[in-house]
Design a protein around this ligand. Structure first.
Ligand SMILES: Nc1ncnc2c1ncn2[C@@H]1O[C@H](COP(=O)(O)OP(=O)(O)OP(=O)(O)O)[C@@H](O)[C@H]1O
Length: 258
């Protein structure tokens, strides 16, 4: 394992006025590691994820990312162009609603190719070829390359969003309920695909989900949130099979109820 964490989060807090979004969250994410954030609705998962991915400036605390040139760097101290570049190249963000992560006005191939252009690709033929390969990887028929995303099913849209994010081989991917809002059979297929891609590419990821089965399949470690705070943190199997905090016990047992 590498000497430095990819991401170091220290005492991260975000308040919405008097209301706690998330409070005093600290953890490290190591290269190749997937951390799941679980908890019931309103527990602070999305707030934490948006503070980590620089979509929402936290009220307090520090988020440091291992940049290529400077090592661990406060992401909120980066200049706007550098932060934007980071988000387009080193990082990926998979939104629950694929429409939030795709450009619905351009073709499927362009959605994937655009990210390659952001990292300097200019050769049209090669961009098209790579876009086609990625569509194939996420199980979308490459002959649909020139189709508009609006003609795709929900599962296909989510897979297209994943291809758009992964084509640049990001080091860190943030996922917000990646299988939410899909039919159960579509979810299972997507989850299988995600698991394969994460392993094959050696991705580091932070996955927010309220679905413990998704957490079990994707995450090496779990953080359980309640009322904005992390109440339990550990290896996924340990947390789910032998939960210590009463809230985690409740969460796990409520899934087991028929
Ligand atoms: N824009 C906002 N303005 C005010 N309060 C907010 C806002 N967004 C979230 N909150 C509050 O912050 C707390 C955490 O919400 P958050 O959306 O992060 O939880 P969550 O675990 O992601 O929930 P869900 O699974 O329903 O998305 C809640 O009390 C919520 O009401």
């Amino acid at each position: 394992m590498s000497q430095a964490p990819l991401l170091r989060v220290s005492n991260l807090t975000h308040m919405y006025g008097n209301r706690v979004g998330c409070r005093d969250v600290s953890f490290e994410l190591w290269p190749g590691e997937v951390i799941g954030i679980v908890g019931e609705s309103g527990s602070g998962k999305s707030t934490l994820l948006s503070c980590l991915s620089t979509r929402q400036q936290p009220s307090a605390g520090l988020v440091e990312y291992d940049t290529a040139d400077q090592g661990l760097t406060d992401v909120y101290a980066l200049s706007e162009p550098r932060r934007r570049m980071l988000m387009r190249t080193d990082w990926g963000i998979v939104h629950q609603n694929p429409r939030d992560g795709l450009r619905m006005g351009v073709s499927a191939g362009a959605n994937v190719g655009e990210r390659l252009m952001a990292v300097g690709a200019r050769h049209y033929g090669r961009i098209r070829e790579q876009a086609g390969q990625w569509l194939d990887k996420v199980e979308i028929d490459p002959t649909r390359m020139d189709d508009q995303p609006a003609t795709f099913s929900g599962g296909m849209l989510q897979r297209l969003q994943i291809a758009r994010n992964l084509v640049t081989h990001p080091r860190l991917v943030f996922m917000d309920e990646p299988t939410g809002g899909l039919d159960v059979s579509v979810q299972a297929r997507l989850l299988d695909l995600l698991r394969r891609l994460v392993t094959d590419l050696g991705l580091s990821a932070i996955v927010v989900t309220h679905d413990l089965a998704v957490a079990r399949l994707l995450a090496h470690r779990l953080m359980v949130m309640r009322q904005g705070e992390v109440v339990e943190h550990g290896l996924t199997d340990q947390v789910l099979d032998d939960p210590h905090h009463p809230y985690t016990q409740l969460l796990v047992s409520s899934v087991l109820q028929p």
